[in-house]
Design a binder for this molecule. Structure first.
Ligand code: G6P
Ligand code: MG
Length: 217
């Protein structure tokens, strides 16, 4: 084993593709409020918390709401979203994700989830990969959102590994920044021209092997 001892995973866009469900629910909300919401705008919400996402959407629609109304709108969107994710199936795990997690566990690496989502528990359970994580840190256990490194620092602490010995897997620019701010190595999932600060960029976890993990040292 290399000096890398733990891998910390973002959820949405790395292990599962829930962006499509977020998109449907936000679009329905925007339409009810009288404006549209595009897939391009949805891209900008990757890694961004529910409340911050709502504020951005309201801004795009030129709509202002009180704090109480915002809470109600976020809850309404989340109820639609939860209805969709509770129907998720193991087949919705992104290619190579489960295989890579299994390989990591077999080789003795620690694994943790580091997600902004408050729904990560139900998603992991529905797709059947909860057992592959030593720790789950998500939107319910952090106060600062990415690019703040809190979610990954808590993940490292939970598995008892120093940040320098951790590798973060992230598809969002804010998440790559969070990992780097935490002093960790970062593997970007996506395009190198977008995730410019990542140490390595792959198109998905199907491209990851223990060999290219060790080569990050
Ligand atoms: C992830 C997604 C974001 C989402 C956030 C909060 O970071 O990439 O699009 O807004 O989680 O998700 P939640 O399930 O708590 O609404
Ligand atoms: Mg993500």
């Amino acid at each position: 084993m290399s000096q890398i001892q733990a891998c910390l995973f973002d959820l949405d866009g790395v292990l599962v593709d829930t962006a499509v469900y977020h998109y449907k629910a936000w679009k329905r909300l925007a339409n009810e409020l009288g404006f549209d919401f595009t897939e391009i705008q949805n891209e900008e919400l990757k890694g961004i918390s529910r409340v911050k996402s709502l504020e951005l959407i309201l801004g795009w629609g030129g709509v202002s709401k009180t704090e109480m109304e915002k809470t109600e709108l976020a809850t309404r969107k989340n109820n639609w979203y939860v209805n969709m994710i509770t129907q998720m199936q193991p087949s919705e795990i992104l290619p190579g994700a489960k295989e890579f997690l299994i390989a990591l566990k077999k080789a003795g690496y620690k694994t943790a989830l580091g997600s902004a989502s408050k729904n990560s528990g139900v998603i992991l359970e529905k797709v059947g990969i909860t057992y592959l994580f030593d720790a789950i840190i998500d939107g319910n256990s952090v106060t600062a959102s990415k690019p703040n490194p809190e979610v990954f620092l808590k993940g490292a602490e939970a598995v008892g590994v120093t940040p320098e010995a951790c590798v973060v897997f992230e598809d969002a620019i804010a998440g790559v920044e969070a990992g780097k701010a935490g002093g960790m190595k970062v593997v970007g999932i996506g395009l190198p021209e977008v995730l410019i600060n990542a140490d390595l960029v792959v198109s998905g976890l199907h491209e990851m092997t223990l060999e290219n993990l060790i080569a990050l040292n």
